[in-house]
Structure formats: C-alpha cells, structure tokens
Write a protein that binds this ligand. Structure first.
Ligand SMILES: [Zn+2]
Length: 341
C-alpha cells in the first residue's frame, strides 16, 4: 500500500528551502560592521508536515532585553514542537547590533521598535525593520514579541495588547499572563506595523534588561505554548493543576506614579503587590536620611513596573500601576498570584 505523501511545499527563506516535517536554521543578512564582518539575524524555521498557521516569536528587538532570548531557547527544545501543524518562525535576536553591544538601540542610537515598517532606503534601523517585516512578519498570521522593562526598571510579567477585538482577546487569554494591560499601538512599533498587515500580535514583557528572570522566562515559555495550542499548531498539553486554575486579569488602564521631590527613594513594595488609594508606598530622603517627601498611591491597583534605580529626580517615574474594574478583581488577583504560591 502506498503511504500517503505529504504534498505540502517547502518553506523558503533567504534562499533556503525547509522541507515539510523538518526544522532548520537560517541567517537573515542585515548589514556589515565597519570591518566588513557580516551581521545576520539568526532564525529557526520549524515547518510542520501538516497545514496550519504561520506564527513568529521574536525577542530582543531592544537589544538589551534578553529574557525573551532565553524564552525562545527553552521553547525550541520543548517536546510539543516535535510535531507541529503549520510553520513556526523563531527569531531570538532581532536587534543583533544592540544585543552584541548590550544596548537597547542600534549603533546610530535609533530605537528599532520605533522604526517600523521601515523602508529599503531608510536609516539602518528602517532597513532592518523593513527586512524583518518583508521576510518574516508579513508571511505570518500571528506573532508574539518578547520584551522586558527598559534599563533600570523591572516589570511584573504582563501582556500588552490593544484589546477590543475578540480574536486578540482570545489569544491573550490563551497566553495566560497574570496581567494584561491594555495599551494603544505606538507609532513605528512592530506591533502597529504587524497589525496593519493583518497579523494578530501579542507583546509579552517581564523582568529587567540585561538580566534573566526565571519566573518570567517560565511564564513566557508556557504562554507561547498556550498560544500555539490555541491556534491549533500543537496538541493539547496536560496542564498542571496550578497552571490551569490561574486567571488572567485585564487591567482597564495603567499609569506611572512619579517622584514628588528629588533624592533617593526607598520602598518595601514589590512587583505584583496591591496598593490602596492614599497609601504611603515610598519615602524620599536626602543624603542624611531625612525624609523630604512621601510617595502616595493615587488609586488602588497592582504594581506592574518599578524603578530599580533608587536615585530620583523630581518627576521621575517610580511605580507603574495597573488599575482594575473593581475591588473583587484585586482580591482574586491576590489569591491567584500570591508571591509564595
Ligand atoms: Zn522592549
């Protein structure tokens, strides 16, 4: 009896053909360094035997945000990816220049995530953005972009999404991040450019720049697997009871609490902690330890971002607070994400 042959054509990228049912590495050449050393974006393509969606997962668009690189490293070895439907494109380091320089930016100080969709004849950032859009993003139906907080800040694991369309909301729920912060699309961001191409995209961020944060990395790996399962690319996994019971909390908004005076701040509040309106959450002191001002919570909410640099000028952002619909949500959140749980 003839075995039914897969008719699925190979996936072509950068002159390479990846046959159905195989995985391979591809180098997307971007530019050369001053000494002519070629710089390429490393990509892995996992091209399933069977038809299904095409989804990319990218990290380090900001070169110093390395948690996502580790998330992709761990995800790519997961047994669930041995047999997938559709095509998974893994891009662990998009901003290869920034990554090698331990910097958020490109050599010209441009922010790649403000340079999308880019153009062929634009700046280095614009050219990289254009290439990434053309070769990867525009070929996908879905995308997950991995970030951390910017330097000297720390973020509670969270998804950023422009809520309001049902498909994105379902994707967000399948990721299962503890908090989802509704955020509008930013001009020049990958998220905005992808959306214009009809790609459903999520942004996950957690932890600090230039650090690995194990909790965030684990959540990121599970989140990506949840999305892959939701879009039908991998088979149902048996979830651990604790994971299955976790709820996703949708924040209705977020805002920063800023330093009322200059000095150094001290706070015993942690990421993920709930604060109530009017509560004193930090003290600002002078060099002799005299308290020059107290930072107070303006509204009840959850700390989703925190400055890890204790030195502040008046007006510097210290706490990033997510606000929920009602008190019950906050209480449920506390039960779900108790630090020791
Ligand atoms: Zn970032």
């Amino acid at each position: 009896m003839n075995k039914k042959k897969s008719l699925r054509p190979p996936f072509k990228l950068c002159g390479k053909e990846i046959a159905a049912g195989t995985r391979d590495f591809v180098e997307l050449e971007v530019a050369a360094l001053y000494d002519m050393t070629t710089i390429s974006i490393p990509i892995e393509v996992i091209h399933g035997k069977e038809e299904g969606p095409t989804l990319f997962i990218s990290a380090a668009i900001h070169g110093d945000e390395i948690n996502g690189v580790e998330i992709i490293k761990r995800l790519r070895r997961h047994s669930a990816l041995r047999s997938i439907k559709g095509t998974l494109i893994l891009v662990p380091i998009v901003n290869v220049f920034g990554y090698n320089a331990k910097s958020r930016y490109l050599p010209d100080r441009r922010d790649l995530n403000r340079s999308f969709p880019g153009s062929v004849k634009g700046s280095l950032a614009g050219r990289m953005a254009y290439l990434f859009m053309k070769e990867v993003v525009s070929r996908c139906q879905y995308g997950i972009d991995l970030h951390t907080a910017a330097i000297n800040r720390n973020n509670f694991p969270q998804l950023r999404a422009d809520m309001g369309d049902e498909a994105t909301e379902e994707l967000v729920s399948s990721f299962g991040a503890p908090v989802v912060v509704h955020s509008r699309l930013r001009d020049g961001s990958l998220r905005e450019a992808a959306r214009k191409e009809g790609v459903k995209i999520l942004l996950f961020e957690g932890g600090e720049a230039l650090r690995f944060d194990d909790k965030t990395i684990k959540m990121g790996v599970h989140g990506c697997l949840g999305v892959l399962e939701h879009v039908g690319m991998i088979r149902r996994r048996r979830k651990k009871a604790a994971e299955a019971n976790k709820r996703v909390f949708f924040a209705k908004g977020s805002s920063w609490i800023r330093a009322p005076k200059s000095g150094s701040y001290y706070s015993n509040k942690k990421l993920g902690e709930i604060i109530s309106k009017g509560e004193a959450i930090a003290e600002i002191t002078d060099p002799y330890g005299r308290v020059v001002d107290t930072v107070k919570a303006l509204q009840e909410g959850v700390i989703v971002g925190l400055s890890s640099l204790p030195l502040v000028n008046q007006g510097d952002a210290i706490f990033h607070i997510a606000y929920f619909e009602d008190k019950e949500d906050l209480e449920d959140f506390e039960d779900n994400y108790d630090e020791d749980a």
